[in-house]
Structure formats: structure tokens, C-alpha cells
Design a protein around this ligand. Structure first.
Ligand code: ZN
Length: 77
């Protein structure tokens, strides 16, 4: 199964379970990706993410209000 297919399955599983999702753009290829939104009493999620489209690695944060940020790793890639 391709990385993109696994990602699509993951997102559709979350969506079917009623998990709230936030959309954000990959900081490299700008494809729109989706991330789980934490509930209000949780810390923001921070995740090391591999873009299923371009394969690049980046940090991604999601807050309870659906706000997301991404950051490319500093220094050597
Ligand atoms: Zn990408």
C-alpha cells in the first residue's frame, strides 16, 4: 500500500469515528493535509509528520481551536 493510500485510509478512519480534523498545508509542497484536533482540555498536539505527497519531514502543531502551525526542521535536512 502506498504512503498516500495509508494516509487516506487513516484520515477516513478518523472521520468515520467522528474525530475533529483541521486542514493545513504542507510547508514544502502545499498540499492540504488533515490533523486531529485535541479536545479543549488537552495540550496542543505536536507531531513529527511525513508529508504523504512529497515525503518531506516537518513538525506540526494543532491547537484545540483548530489552529495549526508547521515548521521545517532547522539546520541540516
Ligand atoms: Zn508535502
Amino acid at each position: 500500500m502506498s504512503r498516500l493510500q495509508r494516509y487516506a485510509d487513516y484520515v477516513s478512519t478518523l472521520r468515520a469515528a467522528g474525530v475533529p480534523l483541521a486542514s493545513y498545508a504542507c510547508p514544502y509542497c502545499e498540499h492540504v493535509l488533515e490533523a486531529r484536533i485535541p479536545s479543549g482540555d488537552e495540550e496542543p498536539y505536536d507531531t513529527l509528520t511525513v508529508c504523504p505527497h512529497c515525503g518531506c519531514l516537518f513538525m506540526q502543531w494543532t491547537w484545540a481551536d483548530g489552529h495549526t502551525e508547521t515548521k521545517r526542521p532547522g539546520g541540516v535536512a
